[in-house]
Write a protein that binds this ligand. Sequence first.
Ligand code: GTP
Length: 386
Amino acid sequence: MEYLILAVVIAVVAVGAIAGLVVSGRRRKQLPPQAEAPVITPPREPGIGEESAVPTPEPVKTVEEVTLPPAAPALEVPEPTAGRLVRLRGRLSRSQNSLGKGLLTLLSRERLDEDTWEEIEEILLTADVGVTPTQELVERLRTRVKVLGTRTPDELRALLHEELVALIGTEADRSLKTAKHEDGRPAVVLVVGVNGVGKTTTSGKLGRVLVADGRKVVLGAADTFRAAAADQLQTWGERVGAATVRGPEGGDPASVAFDAVKEGIAEGADTVLIDTAGRLHTKTGLMDELGKVKRVVEKHGPVDEVLLVLDATTGQNGLVQARVFAEVVDITGIVLTKLDGTAKGGIVIAVQRELGVPVKLIGLGEGADDLAPFEAGAFVDALIGD
Ligand SMILES: Nc1nc2c(ncn2[C@@H]2O[C@H](COP(=O)(O)OP(=O)(O)OP(=O)(O)O)[C@@H](O)[C@H]2O)c(=O)[nH]1
């Protein structure tokens, strides 16, 4: 009996074991196939010239509202300077009517008696030609008209043209020294004159003339008397992409001028154009201050041009001012402004005679490009017509 019980137990255990093996085999079959092991490639060694650090992904940026600065205004392209006087010749109409046409009418009279010559003289003096040049011109015209005998209008025009051009002079060097020096230093131009003659406007217009001629320009606002003058100059500069150096209102003009040249050197500019004051905050005289500005600027090197701005409408007053300025600084050229608003075009002749310095530029209006290089022939053409 005991054997029987033992046999039954063994049989049960055996059956249980077999059943367990079958079930576990089935289960094993149901397992999903093992996923393939990922291939891990070691990071590539950086090549020559590549970044050694492993690039980290850019942090994700969130969208955020920003106010963009207003777009810079487009730079203006100034008109070329060549031929400006011809383009602006109509602006000389007041001088043309009273000086040019007046002279031609008188010279065309059948009989040129003493009274007529006196009238001719009167016209020249009224147009501010000046006493000595007037006498010289009348003398030459008298002689040449006598030689000519009968006169056609064309002959008279040619004669007057020739004599006026000779009086203005064609020998003087009217070019502006605005090219960079060989050592890389920029040319320095000082713009001087009493207040209200148009210095700041002229500096701005001249900046445009230079930009039109391909120069890189830095402007110096050394007129620290009038804050608006510095603003005005800066606006002129911004229109054509020229930087402006300025100081505090009432500051030292010489120090602004010095800094402007320093900036011009640092920027590799061709020309530094310095607008000076016509009035001062300090008790120092205008002329003392101007002398100081020039001396301080010359610590960088000699000044290349000193342009005296004169208002053509002020006539003989302008000549008095010119003399005073000439004593303090060596004027190298004259700018006659507001010739569009006067019949006194003859001032060109008088002022050159007075100072022995050529008129280099003339202002013929308030427009940005209404400043023209002066040419004797084109000027006389405009006065007496072709
Ligand atoms: N019609 C005419 N007006 C001009 C000419 N040049 C300058 N002006 C005007 O003259 C006025 C005086 O010019 P500014 O440049 O401010 O004179 P400024 O000499 O710098 O004066 P301060 O800064 O006070 O010393 C302005 O209204 C200019 O527009 C010109 O050629 N023709």
